[in-house]
Design a binder for this molecule. Structure first.
Ligand SMILES: Cc1cc2nc3c(=O)[nH]c(=O)nc-3n(C[C@H](O)[C@H](O)[C@H](O)COP(=O)(O)O)c2cc1C
Length: 185
């Protein structure tokens, strides 16, 4: 079975974008599309890293765990909130932590806001960082606007049919990329 790691990026108290990570995990597993592994940056509670993982002399178990789960995943979904038009420091911290783990890793981005624009201003900066680090970002989006109305705390969508229809298109691009990569190996 394909494994997809879902990075839940918000570490904020009372965060809402985690709901989208829960929804996507349920969507993938209920439809038997992939096993989903949520990498919760709030749970990891990382300090600001002073150096990339492969250059650290005594890496923390959490950093090693994150790296190995990304390495093990066939693809990654990043769920990110928009903070002041960019992606949060918690996410930049782990993007820069890893190197080879990102290389040619299929990645799909879901942006989230509580306002009407779905956090889409994040896309340009995050795509660019991931391109620089040699990940393979797929040209699909899953923007979520008014997240606290769209999903409950358990990740259940208010309009499940509409959410599932959008998720299908989003996830299929990522699965296509994973399959294409598999054919090249
Ligand atoms: C520091 C900060 C900056 C924010 N900036 C934006 C923004 O630029 N655009 C926007 O639509 N929402 C913004 N928001 C609101 C988020 O969209 C909202 O918190 C949403 O629930 C997603 O973030 P969360 O997962 O941390 O809750 C901001 C929130 C914080 C805490």
């Amino acid at each position: 079975m394909t494994t997809i790691a879902i990075i839940s990026s918000s570490v904020r108290q009372g965060r809402n974008s985690h709901r989208v990570a829960l929804y996507l995990k349920n969507y993938l597993e209920e439809n038997k599309l992939a096993d989903a592994d949520i990498l919760d940056l709030k749970e990891y509670d990382f300090p600001l890293f002073h150096e990339r993982l492969h250059l650290q002399k005594d890496p923390s178990p959490g950093a090693l765990d994150l790296a190995s789960r990304i390495r093990a995943a066939d693809g990654v979904i990043i769920v990110t909130p928009e903070y002041n038009g960019g992606y949060p420091a918690s996410l930049k911290n782990v993007v820069d932590l890893l190197t080879d783990e990102w290389r040619r890793k299929p990645v799909a981005i879901s942006t989230v806001s509580d306002g009407p624009f779905g956090g889409t201003q994040v896309i340009t900066s995050l795509q660019f960082s991931l391109w620089k680090i040699r990940a393979w970002t797929v040209p699909a989006m899953f923007p979520v606007l008014k997240v606290s109305e769209a999903f409950d705390e358990n990740g259940v969508a208010a309009d499940r049919k509409a959410a599932d229809r959008r998720a299908a298109g989003f996830v299929s691009e990522l699965l296509w990329c994973i399959e294409a990569k598999g054919k090249m190996a």
